[in-house]
Design a binder for this molecule. Sequence first.
Ligand SMILES: [Zn+2]
Ligand SMILES: [Zn+2]
Length: 143
Amino acid sequence: MEQSVWGSLKITVNGNSGQHAAECGGCGWWLWPGSQAYRIPGLRGTYCSVACVETALFGQEHCRWCGEEMAGRYMSIESRLCSEDCRTNFWAHVWGDRTAQCGSGKRLAVWLQRKEPRTYRQLVVADFQRVQITPTYLQSGAY
Ligand SMILES: [Zn+2]
Ligand SMILES: [Zn+2]
């Protein structure tokens, strides 16, 4: 998991000790004061994991790939894919090679890039810095 990339979206849950302060917007798990949880710009709620963030973004009445809101009754997964592009990506990377399966953060990255480009850029910068400070594979001579 790219812990340090998504880590910059984490907050410390506030509240009185001994009482749960909030519930995860994905799974309903209790979030205790002092624990770490995800808060995503442009998305309401607090989340215990990237999987729960992606459940909220791409579940229910949302396109399973891009998170666009979709009206209409749920008939099948096809009724929750808003465009040809989304359909192609979903079948290729969620059901296919599973590189974008729930919790991978791939679809969250695509969503941020489109909806919250400023946050996305900060994450990319953070990722770059992470690579810079752990350059073992760059020094190995393999390059
Ligand atoms: Zn959760
Ligand atoms: Zn879509």
